[in-house]
Design a protein around this ligand. Structure first.
Ligand code: GCO
Ligand code: MN
Ligand code: MN
Length: 389
């Protein structure tokens, strides 16, 4: 690979400890890679040009660690951060691996599990903040059901709300400089998960006591698993001022949760996503929540990490090229042309505007007959992506 498209800290590329640290286990097969220590991952990511590293509490500190072990691990990790200049922009809680959470955490039917999940999250928030995190992600991996006989969906929503309200108050009470980003997913590992999509999550957030400190963390693969257009969900989150974080990866529609390298499957989709984030000036982390193919060794994991960032940067350049392409921009201008003839009807409602609009005449046939040139525009986009323009 050439040295062009070299990632730099200002690009805000981050990876989770669990992403490059993924050992290649799947439901059918044992791990194909040796675990890499957190300290080693920090060095590997710094070497690859990343800006930051994120973690679940138990990626860093094992669930059964003693206080002394915790302190030693955190000290070593902080040293690795200091040695490399990597930062921790985001942290999160593992509320899905331990069997205690087999039927959910905040939405479990068992009040003891719910209380334990809250306790674990309070401690994990403290850990994240100690390491500098300003975004705290909530992915409800086990918040769902295999059968609706098991849980009342209304109770699940209410329990989830109660937990989020409690945690918001905790962060405020501690004067933490912290925002929450809720990450929707439709299924896997549960048969069906609550708050399945970005749209569900945005609506849920508005019902919280402190909606201003809660946004979303959309993930490419999750919306694709639901057969949805990811960009549209991201745009809606952005419009609502709720795009606090983003999980980049790739995923073929209709498949299991693949977590492929960013851009590995749907290049055009990835292109319009990057173009959107860059055009609107999204300033948060570009977090890659993906992992290397199970076939890869340590070098392959590095190739994976470099590939995610490199593809993003190439697509960023393609987006700039698209924005500067005279033929493309002429088409865009033509598509959005406005001769001013409807100015009198635009903007806020008034009784006289409505009356004027009702009295106006439109050439419906001409409107329907007009060609929109989207074929040409899309082909030009494809040619930008294929590198022939
Ligand atoms: C998944 C999720 C997770 C979360 C992570 C951080 O499909 O497993 O995407 O990777 O993003 O738990 O909250
Ligand atoms: Mn995921
Ligand atoms: Mn994710």
């Amino acid at each position: 690979m050439t040295t062009a498209f070299q990632p730099k800290p200002e690009h805000k590329f981050t990876f989770g400890l669990w992403t490059v640290g993924n050992i290649g286990r799947d439901p059918f097969g044992e791990p194909t890679r040796q675990p890499i220590s957190s300290v080693e991952i920090v060095h590997m990511l710094a070497d690859a040009g990343a800006y930051g590293v994120n973690f679940h509490d138990n990626d860093l500190v094992p669930i059964d660690a003693t206080l002394a072990e915790r302190d030693r691990i955190v000290k070593d990790f902080k040293q690795a951060l200091a040695d490399t200049g990597l930062v921790v922009p985001m942290a999160t809680t593992n509320l899905f691996t331990d069997p205690a959470f087999k039927d959910g955490a905040f939405t479990s039917n068992d009040p003891n599990v719910r209380a334990y999940a809250l306790q674990k999250t309070l401690q994990a928030i403290d850990l994240g903040v100690e390491l500098g995190a300003q975004i705290y992600v909530f992915w409800g991996g086990r918040e769902g059901v295999e059968t609706d006989a098991a849980k009342n969906p209304l109770a699940a929503i209410q329990r989830n709300r109660e937990a989020m309200n409690f945690l918001c108050e905790y962060a405020l009470d501690q004067s933490y400089d912290l925002k929450f980003a809720l990450e929707p997913k439709p299924n896997e590992p549960r048969g069906d998960m609550y708050n399945a999509t970005v749209g569900h999550m945005l609506a849920f957030i508005e019902t919280l006591d402190h909606p201003e400190m809660v946004g979303v963390n959309p993930e490419v693969a999750h919306e694709h698993m639901a057969g949805l257009n990811f960009l549209h969900g991201v745009a809606q989150a952005w419009d609502a001022g709720k795009l606090f974080h983003i999980d980049l990866n790739d995923q073929a529609f209709g498949r299991y949760d693949q977590d492929f390298r960013f851009g590995a499957v749907n290049l055009k989709t990835a292109f319009f996503l990057v173009k959107f984030l860059e055009d609107v000036g999204y300033a948060g982390s570009r977090h890659f929540d993906a992992h290397a193919y199970r076939t890869e060794d340590y070098e392959g994991v590095k190739d994976f990490a470099r590939g995610c960032m490199r593809t993003y940067l190439i697509l960023k350049e393609k987006a700039a090229q698209w924005n500067a392409d005279a033929e493309i921009q002429a088409l865009v201008a033509e598509i959005n042309a406005d001769d001013g003839s409807t100015d009198a009807f635009k903007g806020a409602y008034s009784r006289s505007k409505a009356a004027a609009l009702k009295a106006a005449t439109f050439d419906r046939r001409a409107l329907g007959a007009r060609g929109l040139s989207y074929e040409r525009l899309d082909q030009l986009t494809v040619e930008v992506l294929l590198g022939v323009r």
